[in-house]
Design a protein around this ligand. Sequence first.
Ligand SMILES: Cc1cc2nc3c(=O)[nH]c(=O)nc-3n(C[C@H](O)[C@H](O)[C@H](O)COP(=O)(O)OP(=O)(O)OC[C@H]3O[C@@H](n4cnc5c(N)ncnc54)[C@H](O)[C@@H]3O)c2cc1C
Length: 442
Amino acid sequence: MERRSLSGWGRTPVSVADVIDADAVDLDRLLAGFGPRGAIARGCGRAYGDAAMNAGGTVLRLADQELVLDDATGLLRVGAGVTIDAILRESVQRGWFIPVSPGTRYVTIGGAIAANVHGKNHHRDGSFGRWVKSITMVLADGSTITVDPDSDPDLWWATIGGMGLTGVVTSAVVEMIPIETSRCLVDTVRANDLDELMAEMERGDERYRYSVAWIDLVARGARLGRGVLTSGDFARREQLEDTDPLRYDPGHLASVPAGMPNLLNRAGIKVFNEAYFRSAPRRRTDEVQPIARFFHPLDAVGNWNRLYGHRGFIQYQFVVPDEQHQVIRRAIERIVMAGRASFLAVLKRFGEADPAMLGFPMPGWTLTLDVPAVPAVLADLVVDLDEMVLEAGGRVYLAKDAVATPEMIRATYPHLERFVAVRDRVDPDRVWNSDLSRRLEL
Ligand SMILES: Cc1cc2nc3c(=O)[nH]c(=O)nc-3n(C[C@H](O)[C@H](O)[C@H](O)COP(=O)(O)OP(=O)(O)OC[C@H]3O[C@@H](n4cnc5c(N)ncnc54)[C@H](O)[C@@H]3O)c2cc1C
């Protein structure tokens, strides 16, 4: 056990907890010693805010590294502490890909289940939970159970997306998807304004399995919301001339050292955005890209979160329903006005929601941006954005959140009471607890 300061990927806020590396079999023994602040599981700490933190309590990291892939069925039996990175290093060369990948491969299966993560294919394939066949977890009473969507639907849909608050997932069975090559065929479109970008995205829904747009949150006036849309799917074997079509070598370019000042200041972002936009082709089809470049471009630079300096940053991700698409424009206008927007701004379309009680996606539009942790900017901007999201019937994403209020979450997560009822049933004494759950009164 080690007492440590922890933060999420945004590096703010910070709190101190006892961190324990635990084997699945140790967990029931450890339970008795957790104390009044309880415990929470932690994967790679890629949630941006305080989901995997527990001030004054215990934080558990799972040591179990089981990884068994059945080539005949594509079913993967995997320890919850195993990362998508480790899975891909094993599965891609055997012709299997993770069904849903967030923008980084440095997340664990436990973290992917607990946040019910979405990827560039949400409009087609839904969130991660749709692909999970069963989960083995340790409950607050020390029992280890295996649950699937039929055996206990309430516990299942409270655990998928439940931010670790129903118990510790120790392993899962996940359905992988078959691929013929490890390369993607990518189409790129550079759109000169928001209307053009959103129209392109709507048109692409049917056509592309994967798609996401980068938005320039500096451009104003007629160029407001200009961006670069990339869409694609895995190449089939006959579309590539390659003797080793399933080769996988994600690589790593560089790491940002500790102690950096905030390099992502206004002027820097403006220059970056202009250069990025100009360098994108007006329209290009069928560019061959390896998995790492298409799915995980940010992973090429280790610890890029240090670029925001010691104060850190928050990531704000919200969704609004399709019919409220005009809120995207209003939000972008507000962000541009604040003049503190990030270079990492992403617009995506969501498809159907699943029954996860704390599910984030709904059919519509989701915008993600980083905001440096400068209190004056943050307070005003977030209050205004929250108001727009609330009015539009949208919500913010718990895995990114560090600043929402309990009122905001209560008003926008319609199944929160059902979630609390499941917690009352399986964990009446709140053994599983986190800074996020206390802050948001989950
Ligand atoms: C660069 C970047 C890009 C991202 N892109 C996306 C994206 O495209 N889509 C998306 O949905 N998310 C995205 N995320 C967020 C990330 O996918 C989620 O926050 C994910 O939960 C992180 O997994 P982790 O293993 O790091 O978990 P942590 O951050 O350590 O924990 C996250 C939550 O999972 C719980 N948890 C972890 N392990 C277990 C377990 N064994 N049992 C029960 N609960 C557990 C924790 O208690 C906590 O509530 C991105 C994050 C980064 C840094």
